[in-house]
Every structure is written in C-alpha cells, then in structure tokens.
Write a protein that binds this ligand. Sequence first.
Ligand SMILES: [Ca+2]
Length: 129
Amino acid sequence: MEEVFELVSSVTQSSFIDVDESAATSLGDEQVSSGDLIRDGVTVGDFGSICTVTRTAPGDEYDLQCAVTLHLPEGRITAEGRFTVTSVGPGPITFAITGGTADYRTAQGFITADPVNESETNLTVNLIL
Ligand SMILES: [Ca+2]
C-alpha cells in the first residue's frame, strides 16, 4: 500500500555544534534540531534530527548527512539522507525511509523536504507499507 501525505516540520529547538570552533562550516559540524509536525494546520506529532557536515568544497558548498525520526500518532518513521548546500541554499532534499514502529513497522519509501524559511520545512512523505 502506498500513501502520500504532507507535513510541515516546525523547529522549536536547534543547536549548531561548531566542532572546530571555526565559526565556519567544516567537516563534522552538526545541526541538532527538534520540533513539531503539523498536518493541515494541526500539530500531530514531533520530530528530532541530527545533520552532520560530511563534505566541504570551495564557495560555501557542503554536504549534510541527516538522520530524522518523525513521531506521529500511528507510530514512528525513521529516515536518513544526504544533500548538498551551496551559497544559494540547499538543493533537492530526499530522505530514504529506513523503518518505523507500530503502524509504520514495515515502512519503506522516501520523504522530500522543501524548506520554507529558517524554521519551517514542507515534508512530503511517500510511504510504502
Ligand atoms: Ca566549524
């Protein structure tokens, strides 16, 4: 069974771990975030994510490797993926769904992420159960 649904993730806590204290993006720097998951204007769950810088390049380009858990009433969905950020912002962001719990225990598929602003991101969950 395939199911596609939209969520908005809204960050409520976030910390940047500047591992080398360079005040610049460098290998191993981490962004740790958590917040609410909103569906049709209603908060239906929460999430936690960790993104680590795994590659840097000239011109403010870098790769982020992220692991995310979405906590929804039907269960949890775990996802991970890597995307490239350049001086104009992130490119396309797709996370592979790696598993889940409860109703999502057989979850596969992918999640696309489209940042709206500093704290909000539109998520499209393409779930295969
Ligand atoms: Ca740094």
